[in-house]
Structures are given as C-alpha cells and as structure tokens.
Ligand binder design. Structure first.
Ligand code: MLT
Length: 408
C-alpha cells in the first residue's frame, strides 16, 4: 500500500494563484460578457526584448548545425552567462560574486523551494507575514512546520509581522532563528529595505550563525539609488546569505524560464557533529544530481539581457511597468484609498475599504467591475484587510481597471 507524504495534508488550501484562477474561471463561465482585467498574479504582459529573441533565434539555428549543436549543458549554467551575471549584476555594484558562485536555473520559485534539500529538518525558520506563499508551503511539504493551527498559521514557523505600524519592515526575531526568508523589494507589499536596515539582518545572521534566504526577484524595479539591489552590497552577507534572482520580471521570462541563485563559496552550515560544511558544495551536488540545466537557447536569450540593446529594452520594460504602478497609485490615492508599494516594486498594496475582508474585496471587484487582484490574506494572517494589485498589464488595461475601481 503506497503511503503519501502526509505533510501535504497540512497545506491550508490550494496554492493561492491557482485558487484565484479557479474563482475567476467560475465567474467567467457565469458572465461571458465580462471584460475581465487581471491584475492578480504578477505575470508580465509585454513582449520579450528583441535582443533576447534574436539571441534565441540564433541559438536555435546553432542547434541545427553540427558545430553549433549542444546536448546536456553544465548543470550550473554556461560559463559565458555566469560571467555576464557576475560582472553586470554584482561586480558593477561592488559585490565580489564570482561566476562559479552563480547557479543558473529555471526559476526562483523552484530554487527557493529546492534549497531546502540541503538544509537540515530541525532548523528554526522565520518568514514575514504576509509572505510569498511558496516559502511557507515548501516548508510544510517537507515536514518542517509542524501542524497547522486554527488561525491558519503553522506551529513550527516564526512569523514576523509586516504592516503599516512598522512600515512593512520586519523586526529582528527576539530569539535565535536558523533560517530567515527575506524578500526585497517585497512581494506582496512592494516595500523596500535600506542598506542600514539590511545590515541589521546580516549582523543578526552572522552573530547567530543563521542563514538568510534573500529573494531579490524584483530588484530591477528599484528606482531609488540608495536602496540595495543585492544583499551582497552589505558587508558580511557572503558569510550568511543565499540570494535568488530571476529574469522573469525584468526581461519578461515568466514563460521562457531562467533565473539564478547565488551560493557564496565561504557560506557555511553545520553538521550535527558541529563540523563546518560548505553550502556551495551541497548545492552543487544537489543541482548536478537533480537538475540538467536550462536550455542552451534560453541561456543565450538571458545572456542578451546584458547586451547594450538588451539593457536598453529591459530598462524600457521596467519603466513601462513602473509607470503603470505610478498611474495605479495616483488614481487610487486620489479616490481615497490608502496605498502602499508601487514606488520601487511592481506591486501596489492597498488597504481594503469598509471593513471588508480581503476575499470579500476580491469577490466585490470581480463581480462588480471584472477586475482581478490578489487578496492580502492569501499571503498570511497579517495580510488580512489588504489587497495586492500587480502593475503587469497593458497601459490601456491598467487605466481601464483603475477607472472601474474608482467609480464603484
Ligand atoms: C506573484 O504574483 O506573487 C508572482 O507572480 C509569483 C511568482 O513569481 O511565482
């Protein structure tokens, strides 16, 4: 008799975004005339940069020739891509991240879950609340959280509330925590962290021999020059942090799939006998065994992000989405909504009006004006009473959606 992984039975509900899609599908079937505008999942809408498409087309042609054909690539990614990442994303900002510390992958969602493979089951874990649900669910699935409590939280996780009172910046845990998930610019609140604030986390992690899992998937949206793009801009971070980066949101690779994870060489974990173990070696071993790398064609596309033309086009995409965010924020604020985020991130985090719950507001917007957003409570208990709107859509849809929302 086959036994299931019973940890899956502890998951609170379906994954947030498929759950939303299910409700939206039901609604669309009942009201076929509705002209639905989706500002829910943070999925890009604008075409892939030409520089990336050209590079991928060329790579595809290469694959049709005897000399250009490639079979399995390096599991860690091709060196020419890792070198570009190292130079343009890190050395250009004064961070000494070497190409071999960069592991190219097919997504940050996968990496931020897979990283648990190399970390012990007894680590104490802290997440912000609200939080990108993948961090919590991947810990639940691997049996690291204990049981779910009545309020939907997990007994074995430490939740660090982020809300208006603390400017959406978590406070350092009072006690020692082994693994800390941080995401800045933040999904879902759109909040950012300064170097001074981030330094406190790095210092805490070094002092407590903790590991920070830093999700910087939205770094390209930072407008303010003083906000760090990488945790490695903070001294000491190479001793205590793994960083996740993605080509999904900056270069529109959500469907194309390419990301990378940085595991510094001098980052250490400990065995139960207190021996020092290099996390780099474990991750390298894990990827070599369980992953066959991202396709040659896609990596060539990602490489083109760093070309002059690619950089210009990516800048254009970011500016476009950030202008969407500015329009959204402005319209909603003028209409009297309390609005956060949207200045250095493609997400707008709004306070739900009239004492409604987040899901009530979701249903209200869907039924009344056919606009889809994401209920804040889907990101955690402290997300209740908030609602996330994504700036990823066409300009006309964004304007249309705002007009609809402010006129109800
Ligand atoms: C989101 O909407 O939060 C993101 O699209 C999720 C993701 O990137 O996986």
């Amino acid at each position: 008799m086959v036994q299931v992984n019973e940890n899956y039975l502890k998951l609170k509900a379906g994954y947030l975004f498929p759950e939303i899609a299910k409700r939206v599908k039901l609604y669309s079937q009942s009201d076929k005339s509705s002209n639905l505008i989706k500002l829910g999942i943070g999925d890009v809408t604008e075409p892939l940069p030409k520089a990336c498409r050209d590079a991928m087309a060329k790579a595809l042609n290469d694959m049709g020739t005897s000399q250009g054909f490639r079979g399995y690539g390096p599991e860690q990614g091709y060196s020419w891509l890792r070198e570009k990442i190292s130079e343009h994303d890190f050395f250009s900002r004064g961070c000494e991240i070497l190409p071999e510390e960069i592991f190219v992958s097919d997504g940050s969602k996968c990496d931020s879950s897979n990283i648990l493979d190399i970390l012990g089951k007894d680590n104490s874990i802290a997440v912000t609340d609200p939080v990108y649900p993948v961090y919590v669910d991947s810990n639940v699935m691997t049996g690291r959280t204990g049981d779910v409590l009545e309020d939907g939280t997990y007994q074995g996780l430490k939740y660090l509330a982020i809300n208006e009172d603390n400017n959406f910046l978590p406070e350092l845990p009072k006690s020692k925590v082994d693994i800390l998930y941080l995401c800045f610019p933040n999904n879902p609140t759109g909040a950012t962290i300064t170097k001074e604030e981030l330094k406190k986390w790095v210092d805490y992690a070094i002092k407590n021999k903790s590991l920070i899992l830093f999700d910087a998937a939205y770094e390209a949206f930072i407008q303010d020059k003083d906000i760090p793009h990488s945790i490695y801009e903070i001294e000491g971070a190479k001793e205590c942090a793994i960083e996740f980066r993605s080509f999904s949101k900056n270069a529109g690779f959500t469907g194309t799939r390419c990301a990378y994870t940085v595991v510094p060489k001098n980052l250490l974990g400990f065995s139960s006998k207190n021996e020092k173990i290099e996390l780099w070696s474990l991750w390298n071993r894990r990827q070599s065994t369980k992953f066959n790398g991202v396709s040659y064609i896609v990596q060539r596309g990602a490489e083109a992000v760093y070309s002059l033309e690619g950089k210009k086009e990516v800048r254009g995409l970011i500016d476009f989405y950030m202008e969407n965010a500015a329009i959204m924020k402005n319209k909603l604020q003028t209409a009297g909504y309390k609005v956060y985020g949207g200045d250095n991130a493609p997400y707008i985090w709004i306070k739900v009006p009239d004492q409604m719950t987040s899901w009530d507001f979701f249903d209200f917007l869907l039924q009344k004006v056919s606009v889809v957003g994401t209920p804040g409570s889907g990101f955690g208990l402290s997300g209740e009473g908030y609602f996330r709107l994504s700036a990823f859509n066409s300009r006309s849809n964004v304007i249309d959606a705002m007009e609809r929302i402010i006129t109800i």
